[in-house]
Unconditional design. Structure first.
Length: 292
């Protein structure tokens, strides 16, 4: 009977867990729809602005804009975008793993010399790099609680200011790009200096008429484009997070259902065995009395 009690407790525990994972899946599904709408609406605008700057690359090259300056890589800044919470499968670990691989491949010397800095967006990356002896700048864990362009701009403006003052010479972002609920693409994207247009003919050249002037327009577009690319990365990561969590909780709910079937079968078998033993004991007792 002790075995039956143990199985009953396990069944109750799995049912409780299944209710929690199902509820979390529903919450993530609601947040996922809102986050998806935000990135789907933002992406065409951000890509178009990025394309315009690519077409203006020759004009930008002629101008001495601080955000396009290629420098010797003395100080490197990596922006690592994760989430504040777990239970999202490999969502956070994939970003951290990709960041560590990037550091080992390109910036190991900078890390050794203390010239590698981390801006962590999300508690998971903040905790990991703080505990592992990296130079983490600031705390941005509250950003996803109220994600909007104004709050994102405050972070990227500090990064842009550091680049303009020569405190950092190269800035890259590592984040999950949203594709669909089940697929997130690890993305490494250079934020500063502003990447030049590819010379392989993939970018079509467009002749623009500048009003009021080329210089004023380009000077206005470059900071706006940098802020927009950063904000787009945050929206991508935000949508990918909820998609990953929704998928993970759906799988957990499904696994709990399979475990319940197995435990129920185990319980029925144990119960049947217990009843059989009781019947055998009764029959044996009756036989003993009859013989007596």
């Amino acid at each position: 009977m002790a075995n039956l009690k143990e199985v009953r407790l396990r069944i109750a525990s799995v049912k409780s867990t299944q209710q929690i994972t199902k509820a979390m899946k529903m919450v993530s599904a609601a947040k996922f729809r809102r986050a998806t709408d935000a990135i789907v609406q933002m992406r065409p605008y951000a890509n178009k602005l990025k394309g315009m700057l690519a077409n203006l690359s020759d004009s930008v090259a002629d101008m001495d804009n601080v955000y396009t300056q290629e420098r010797e890589l003395n100080n490197v800044l990596l922006v690592v975008i994760t989430s504040n919470r777990g239970l999202a499968g490999a969502f956070n670990n994939s970003v951290i793993k990709a960041t560590n691989a990037l550091i080992a491949e390109k910036f190991a010397e900078h890390k050794t010399k203390g010239k590698l800095f981390i801006v962590a967006v999300g508690k998971k990356s903040q905790d990991f790099y703080s505990k592992n002896g990296f130079q983490v700048i600031g705390n941005n864990n509250e950003l996803f609680n109220k994600l909007n362009f104004a709050n994102a701009s405050q972070i990227v403006e500090q990064i842009m200011e550091g680049f303009a003052e020569g405190k950092v010479d190269h800035v890259e972002m590592i984040y999950n790009q949203f594709k669909n609920a089940a697929v997130q693409i690890i993305t490494l994207e250079q934020l500063l200096p502003l990447p030049k247009a590819p010379q392989d003919g993939s970018t079509s050249k467009v002749d623009y008429l500048f009003e009021p002037s080329k210089e004023e327009i380009v000077e206005e577009l470059i900071p706006k484009s940098i802020k927009l690319q950063f904000y787009k990365a945050l929206l991508d990561s935000h949508a990918a997070e909820h998609g990953a969590r929704m998928t993970a909780m759906d799988k957990a709910t499904e696994n709990a259902g399979e475990l319940l079937k197995s435990l129920t079968l185990q319980y029925n078998q144990a119960r049947q065995a217990a009843i059989t033993n009781e019947i055998l004991e009764i029959v044996s007792g009756a036989n003993a009395l009859a013989e007596g």
